[in-house]
Design a protein around this ligand. Structure first.
Ligand SMILES: Nc1ncnc2c1ncn2[C@@H]1O[C@H](COP(=O)(O)OP(=O)(O)O)[C@@H](O)[C@H]1O
Ligand SMILES: [Mg+2]
Length: 238
């Protein structure tokens, strides 16, 4: 697909609107949402319950479609793509991190991280090498053969981050990645995400309810009633 002229932005959101209809009732979940993020930006989305955070994340993740507006990821407009194109695009360009880790319980850490590579042409040997290398980078080289239940929450989330990274995505979407973790492990995970965004030039967008951890972000997108209320640029702490 032809790339639009969106130099330097890895993610561009333009006039996004989402209206949910059930019967006669219309809910405007997003209205004129626009923002742009560069390569390696680490952004947080914050806002009260019902403000549209999940709706926005689902559209960014190409899991839901907007009623109007467009999302460009790496210059590619995603809103009008069809099912097959989307699955392909998602697997190549996006990584997902969830609050509850969502690892496959019967599989080792290594096998969990290899999963996204199953859809590529990589050989089993190459897949394993890539998975091991990322897990090692994240400090899990001695945990490769353990299953999720044998890992702490913080370790499980690091495996999930490795899985999100293994395809070298443009964008990682993290929904409350520290929601199930104690303060210390949560802090470690956020610092890790920040480091990843810097070193690998991956754009990361995270939903959080914890204002404390937004200090590690470059940008905080405040949303309220489906609109961007404020884009807050942060001086990132060391
Ligand atoms: N599938 C749906 N059908 C109808 N309304 C929905 C649906 N999903 C979300 N909404 C409504 O859209 C608004 C935004 O919801 P959501 O994006 O889940 O907010 P948040 O994640 O910030 O709590 C809310 O008013 C919610 O009730
Ligand atoms: Mg939500």
């Amino acid at each position: 697909m032809a790339k639009a002229n969106v130099a330097n932005y890895s993610v561009q959101v333009k006039n996004l609107e989402k209206i949910y209809r059930s019967g006669d009732i219309k809910v405007r979940a997003l209205e004129k949402v626009s923002f742009s993020l560069g390569e390696g930006d680490f952004a947080a989305i914050v806002g009260p319950s019902g403000s549209g955070k999940s709706t926005l994340m689902n559209i960014l993740g190409t899991i839901d479609k907007p009623t109007a507006g467009e999302v460009y990821i790496d210059g590619v407009p995603t809103a009008k793509m069809n099912g097959n194109q989307l699955a392909n695009f998602r697997n190549k360009k996006l990584g997902f991190v969830f609050q509850a880790y969502n690892l496959i319980v019967g599989l080792t850490a290594e096998a969990n991280v290899e999963l996204p590579l199953m859809m590529t042409s990589m050989s089993p040997h190459e897949r394993r090498k890539k998975a091991d290398s990322i897990l090692s980078t994240l400090g899990l080289s001695d945990r490769l053969m353990l299953k999720p239940t044998q890992l702490s929450g913080g370790q499980q989330q690091r495996v999930a981050i490795a899985r999100a990274l293994v395809n070298d995505p443009t964008l990682i979407l993290a929904d409350e990645p520290t929601g199930n973790l104690d303060t210390h492990s949560g802090d470690e995970v956020i610092k890790l995400l920040r480091e990843i965004s810097r070193k690998r030039k991956v754009t990361i967008i995270m939903v959080t309810h914890n204002p404390d951890i937004t200090k590690y972000c470059d940008m905080v997108i405040h949303i309220r009633d489906g609109r961007v209320e404020k884009m807050e640029k942060k001086g990132v702490v060391k």
